[in-house]
Design a protein around this ligand. Structure first.
Ligand SMILES: Cc1cc2nc3c(=O)[nH]c(=O)nc-3n(C[C@H](O)[C@H](O)[C@H](O)COP(=O)(O)OP(=O)(O)OC[C@H]3O[C@@H](n4cnc5c(N)ncnc54)[C@H](O)[C@@H]3O)c2cc1C
Length: 500
């Protein structure tokens, strides 16, 4: 944006009394470069949005505008780890109070439609539904402060399934200021919600979702089992009546062997009247000083200690019923520091899953032997179900303080393995470096090349200015790596000790 264009826009914002600041979106992590020359416009009134976008078009129709999803007030503005923001001229923060409106009921008595504002965070949505006597399995087992629009725009999933699968339609404000409604199953709906649209196609202004009637509590049962037994359980899940999409698994990859303890959480909805058992507790981490300061410190300088702590504190056996949905997810989002996470996604295949997990075990153990250990914190696995009924395997590799380039080869190796087994794999676009990794797997339906084609077709269908898309894509493809603390000598020393 030229200085003259910026002056013209600022004059408009002042007249309309729309607050703005010169900064980048604040990030959940420090992976997004902060500066004081980008323009963030905070909209406190949703009714001002269309006129604002139209006005920007009168200044210069090639300016690129991107919505920021999560966070209002003092919470984080963005939950994403990737450099999603480069080459954006104007960021729009949807700072107004989110709303949830009942829509006319469908024939099916077990279901209800609601219209949700895009900036409502999943944790707020869970609570608001509960307060009105509804629940929605698709919203649990995920980090809490992502907005519904941010989650949809990155094609996010939870433990249960993909957020897109509860959506019946979205209202989108196109980059030219025109508002359109896209119904489920249409081509325009799919490119916005079923694939990651990353804020490239416009600003989602309303989301219609389908939820279940009944005020329910969420019950989670933690059990400990060895890695080997866990793999057997995953393979034989349907036999014992459990469903893959009710499971989440977490373990420390450090010192991983077939007999290492892993923690399996099984989730189910119980009737509101069921007496409480146990206390609500955070899932993996909390916002105490031990997590925000001590854990990152130990992850970088003494990973062996973190491993011991993780095994004794996080991998423990408990049964919990969570009385109120605002406690479902805990305050994990406050985890500070240089967290890096790459998520690998692929189709669940019962006949091949055991071999995959044994291969994972072998390469994690091998990484330990070579001292080149890419994941110092946790491996987190879920099996979200897709609308077609089949499951995905979603594996997060989570590290504190390690540079992304350490995790990327590990994920690449796994993708190669899966491709050799004829299982298409890709990396979740909401997380670190996904575009660069996916762009190397151009044959898959979820490849970056394929997505780019779909975005271009969307722009053509709606007669939009393709310069805007080109500019945004160039930003996303920029080779800049997010910053992360370099592995220090102390880490290498600790890894040497691990090898012994
Ligand atoms: C530690 C960590 C753990 C995570 N865990 C999970 C997980 O368990 N499951 C999972 O699926 N994902 C997970 N994610 C990824 C997360 O789902 C995405 O990063 C999500 O998009 C963040 O939502 P947000 O509201 O912060 O959006 P932002 O980060 O602000 O935005 C994400 C994208 O959505 C676009 N966007 C936001 N709002 C709108 C709108 N109104 N209209 C159009 N575009 C919009 C933005 O332009 C941007 O491209 C995790 C991320 C982190 C950092």
């Amino acid at each position: 944006m030229t200085p003259a264009e910026q002056q013209s826009l600022l004059a408009y914002l002042k007249i309309q009394k729309i607050p703005y600041s010169h900064s980048t979106p604040r990030s959940f992590t420090s992976s997004i470069n902060q500066n004081d020359h980008d323009l963030v416009v905070a909209l406190n009134d949703p009714n001002q949005l269309t006129d604002l976008i139209k006005h920007i078009n009168t200044i210069n129709p090639s300016l690129s505008v991107t919505a920021i999803g999560g966070g209002r007030d003092d919470t984080n503005n963005s939950y994403s780890l990737n450099n999603l923001w480069k080459d954006t001229d104007i960021f729009i923060q949807l700072a107004y109070q989110p709303s949830l409106t009942l829509l006319p009921k469908e024939n099916n008595n077990a279901e209800q439609l609601f219209r949700v504002s895009p900036n409502m965070m999943l944790v707020e949505l869970n609570q608001a539904l509960y307060d009105r006597g509804y629940h929605c399995p698709h919203l649990y087992g995920v980090l809490p402060f992502m907005s519904l629009a941010g989650g949809l725009s990155t094609n996010s999933h939870t433990t249960f399934g993909f957020l897109a699968d509860i959506v019946e339609g979205i209202e989108l404000l196109l980059p030219n200021g025109e508002k359109k409604y896209f119904k489920k199953d249409s081509e325009d709906f799919n490119v916005n919600c079923v694939t990651a649209s990353l804020g490239l196609l416009g600003i989602i202004t309303a989301i219609d979702i389908k939820v279940l009637t009944g005020k329910k509590k969420l019950k989670r049962v933690h059990s400990l089992l060895t890695y080997e037994n866990l793999v057997n359980k995953i393979q034989g899940t349907e036999k014992d009546g459990a469903h893959l999409n009710s499971l989440s698994v977490i373990f420390s990859p450090i010192k991983l062997q077939a007999n290492t303890s892993t923690k399996l959480t099984t989730w189910s909805w119980v009737d509101e009247a069921t007496p409480d058992q146990g206390n609500p507790e955070p899932q993996i981490a909390d916002d105490s000083i031990s997590v925000t300061c001590c854990a990152p410190f130990f992850a970088i300088f003494r990973p062996t200690f973190l491993y011991c702590f993780f095994q004794s504190a996080a991998v423990t056996k408990q049964e919990t019923q969570i009385a109120r949905p605002d406690a479902i997810m805990g305050p994990e989002s406050k985890i500070a520091g240089n967290i890096t996470a790459i998520e690998l996604l692929f189709d669940y295949d019962k006949t091949k899953i055991k071999d995959f997990f044994m291969y994972l075990l072998s390469i994690l153990s091998n990484a330990r032997k070579t001292g080149d250990f890419p994941v110092n914190t946790a491996v987190f696995i879920r099996f979200p179900q897709q609308s077609a009924g089949n499951h995905q395997v979603a594996i997060d590799f989570i590290s504190f303080g390690l540079h992304l380039t350490k995790i990327e080869p590990l994920v690449n190796e796994l993708i190669d393995y899966l491709n050799n087994q004829s299982i298409p794999a890709h990396v979740h676009y909401g997380k670190n470096n996904a575009i660069s990794i996916n762009s190397r797997y151009a044959t898959s339906e979820n490849s970056w090349q394929k997505l780019k084609m779909k975005y271009q077709q969307f722009y053509e269908r709606h007669g939009l200015n393709s310069d805007v898309l080109r500019k945004k894509i160039a930003g996303l493809e920029s080779p800049d790596q997010p910053k992360a603390v370099q592995v220090t000598q102390a880490v290498s020393d600790d890894y040497q000790r691990l090898r012994m």
